[in-house]
Design a protein around this ligand. Structure first.
Ligand code: ADP
Ligand code: MG
Length: 398
């Protein structure tokens, strides 16, 4: 870890001080407006609790949804504050403002050991532009800055990046530290064999990850819609499958360069549509009829992938193997999750990156069977691509 964390802060840095903590509380709400999945809130508790235990006043900043730089009632963080209060046995206050005299006064009036959640940072014009004046205003809310919002770390915004210029020390929280340790560890010094599994929707969104992973892994297993573009690149009929024609040359080039490392499915689960699950059938990858669509990997591929995953020491997975939202096209994705659970039991380090993959793992009830389920979809992808995360590089170096 090259970034300082809250572990590096002294008692004097925290006792009686205002710790301004950027968290990722971008959670889903149900129809009644209550938090329907509090995974991200729970994930921030170790950092919050550690700071409170050391006598700090914890001031939380978070974004929520996509308001366009102005207040919108449906994007208020009030329901999130209510859930946080249920999860944390300490007083949690909420203020419907983010910056300015009233907000600064509220941070100063906060008793030691208590929490204040401020309103959605994306209500502020300048947040997404990383505005310098706004960064200075945010810095007035704390004496030390902590970034624990891994899920927003790929964004150079005022509350994730700019503020760190004016509020020092600026350090990583425990969730941020854990995310960087797992994802960074897999990239820098993986125990081998190291297998990565990539799937999901489009190859165009993940090509940089493929490029970055090929030199590092022992095997790169491909599934999801990505596989369809590779099939077409190999000259197979792909029916109505989601192929990106403008990426065919790139796919051919990758196949040539990656050689045996790049493992494609050998068969496919096809159907006329996702609603025609009853008509789903297995075909070899070179026998896909026109008029049908690939919606999942099929048994021979599942078996091959399972064997490779279960005999690996490091497994990294991003992107479902099929349209897992709709049975029976969830079978391949569930099988990968299950194989990773077995690998974990055998002592492997297993890491899930990507929002839909994490949802699939949760759906299968296998979250606790993984070494690490990343809370950041976009951020984990950019990290795996080898990109600098602005929310991390803004922090104090060790
Ligand atoms: P993650 O969030 O884990 O990074 P993505 O967002 O890249 O994953 O992709 C998830 C989506 O990919 C899912 O909605 C799933 O339905 C879709 N998908 C997977 N396989 C296919 C396929 N063969 N055809 C069309 N869509 C697919
Ligand atoms: Mg997704």
């Amino acid at each position: 870890m090259t970034t300082r964390t809250i572990r590096d802060l002294s008692a004097a840095d925290l006792a009686g001080k205002r710790a301004l903590v950027r968290v990722d509380f971008n959670v889903p709400l149900d129809e009644a407006g209550a938090v329907s999945d509090d995974t991200r809130i729970t994930a921030a508790l170790p950092t919050i609790t550690s700071l409170l235990d050391r006598g700090a006043k914890v001031v939380l900043l978070a974004h929520f949804g996509r308001p366009k730089g102005a207040p919108e009632a449906k994007y208020s963080l009030a329901p999130v504050a209510a859930r946080l209060q249920q999860l944390l046995p300490r007083p949690v206050h909420f203020l419907g403002e983010t910056i300015g005299a009233a907000a600064v006064a509220a941070t100063r009036a906060l008793p030691n050991g208590e929490v204040l959640l401020l309103e959605n940072t994306r209500f502020l014009p300048g947040e997404e532009q990383n505005d310098d004046a706004l960064s200075r205003q945010l810095a007035e809310l704390g004496d030390v800055y902590v970034n624990d919002a891994f899920g927003a770390a790929h964004r150079a915004h005022a509350s994730t990046s700019g503020v760190a210029k004016y509020c020092r020390p600026a350090v990583a929280g425990l969730l941020m530290e854990k995310e960087l340790a797992y994802l960074g560890g897999a990239l820098a010094a993986p125990e081998r064999p190291f297998v990565a599994i990539l799937g999901g929707s489009k190859i165009s969104g993940k090509i940089d990850v493929v490029e970055a992973l090929v030199p590092k892994v022992d095997h790169l297993l491909i599934g999801g819609a990505m596989a369809c573009t590779f099939f077409r690149a190999k000259g197979f009929e792909t029916g109505n499958s989601l192929v990106e024609p403008d990426r065919l040359d790139m796919a051919k080039d990758l196949l040539a360069r990656a050689g045996d490392k790049l493992v494609l499915p050998v068969d496919a689960m096809i159907a006329p549509s996702t609603d025609a699950g009853g008509a789903a059938r297995v075909v070899g990858r070179d026998s896909i009829p026109a008029g049908e669509t690939i919606f999942d990997i099929a048994p021979a591929s599942v078996e091959h992938y399972r064997t490779l995953i279960e005999s690996s020491r490091t497994v990294l997975w991003n992107g479902p193997m099929g349209v897992f939202e709709k049975a029976p096209f969830d079978v391949g994705t569930r099988a990968v999750a299950q194989a990773m659970a077995v690998a974990t039991d055998r002592g492997a380090t297993t890491i899930i990156g990507g929002g839909d993959s994490a949802a699939a793992v949760a759906d299968a009830g296998l979250e606790s069977k993984m070494s690490h389920v990343s809370t950041g979809g976009g951020a984990s992808l950019e990290f795996l691509e080898g990109k600098d995360l602005p929310g991390v590089s803004a922090l104090d170096a060790r």
